[in-house]
Design a binder for this molecule. Structure first.
Ligand code: SF4
Ligand SMILES: [Zn+2]
Ligand SMILES: [Zn+2]
Length: 311
């Protein structure tokens, strides 16, 4: 196999583009794809200050590296979920990357704010950890972005994440989610920062290849709560289809984005207001995170934690 660009010996095969690259040309290809995605959706420009949510995994660290190399102004945010062992190892990887590159990194911890970790909040409110985690992470990255004066929040969601979530939304006809699923979520309120996914056309395998070539030390393990998640089943099913028919994932997502208007009517107009307790944007008088924390803390009379978060 020869590199599509320079004809040297290829090291990475990109089957869905029917191409292969040597290490140097693959990096060029990866950076070009990221740049193309940013420009195609006008996600941000070099003047913007981007807050990148990092987990210590290959995707977010590869994106961090790519954004730095592309010359963007980026600060990373690590959210400490308080998941035993895993959160510590994730943070170590982010700190290691920041120390090696000199790139700025902020951290925020659920336990420090509310006195409870994500698994504790889930236990006390009898919810599954991932449901609590997703909500708290969205809340925190928006809050950190607002308070730090960032114009945009970027996450490391890749093509595999996006198609798994698309398949799940279609299988369960989650029309509201389908109406809102896109790589660019604009700000619909002065206190809601826009959210973008610059890796949305790059596969998990491509992010892994980039991390390996760049010698990025990432955390290879999955969060322990990911075990048995339906998104993993969807990813496995999609991998089978992709192996038999390369390019299916990308055309599935691109086709959906092209026909997204079909779901527009399901993106109901909701009245947004500020939470009377924390000031974050919500559709209710009190936001779902404040209500969640109140319930968790009622069951935790021993901590004396504050239901009103201040970072
Ligand atoms: S697997 Fe669940 S608990 Fe773990 S980081 Fe992901 S959403 Fe959070
Ligand atoms: Zn080459
Ligand atoms: Zn609130």
């Amino acid at each position: 196999m020869r590199c599509k660009t320079c004809h040297a010996k290829a090291t990475v095969e990109v089957r869905h583009h029917n191409a292969a690259y040597c290490n140097d040309c693959f990096q060029e290809y990866f950076l070009k794809r990221v740049q193309h995605n940013i420009r195609a959706y006008r996600m941000f420009s070099p003047g913007d200050h981007v807050l990148l949510v990092v987990s210590g995994g290959k995707d977010s660290l590869s994106l961090w590296d790519a954004l730095i190399r592309l010359g963007y102004r980026v600060t990373a945010l690590f959210i400490d979920l308080g998941i035993e062992g895993y959160s510590r190892r994730s943070e170590d990887k982010c700190r290691e990357f920041a120390a090696r590159t000199g790139a700025p990194l902020q951290t925020v911890s659920a336990k420090e704010i509310w006195g409870l970790s994500i698994p504790e909040i889930a236990r006390k409110t009898r919810r599954i950890p991932c449901a609590v985690c997703g909500r708290v992470k969205r809340y925190l990255f928006n809050k950190c972005a607002l308070e730090g004066g960032f114009s945009v929040v970027a996450t490391g969601h890749n093509l595999d994440d996006e198609v798994a979530s698309l398949l799940g939304n279609l299988l369960h006809w989650q029309t509201g989610y389908l109406a809102r699923q896109q790589p660019y979520l604009p700000s619909t309120h002065p206190k809601l920062v826009k959210k973008v996914k610059p890796l949305y056309t790059l596969t998990e395998r491509e992010c892994l290849a980039y991390a390996l070539i760049r010698q990025i030390s990432y955390l290879p393990e999955e969060c322990p709560h990911a075990e048995g998640a339906t998104s993993i089943t969807y990813k496995e099913a999609l991998n089978h289809i992709e192996a038999a028919s390369p390019g299916t994932k990308l055309s599935f997502l691109k086709g959906f984005l092209k026909h997204k208007e079909l779901f527009r009517e399901y993106d109901g107009d909701v009245e947004l207001r500020e939470c009377s307790r924390c000031g974050q944007v919500t559709t209710e008088k009190v936001c779902s995170v404040c209500r969640l924390m109140e319930r968790a803390q009622k069951r935790d009379s021993r901590t004396g934690a504050n239901a009103n978060p201040s970072l």
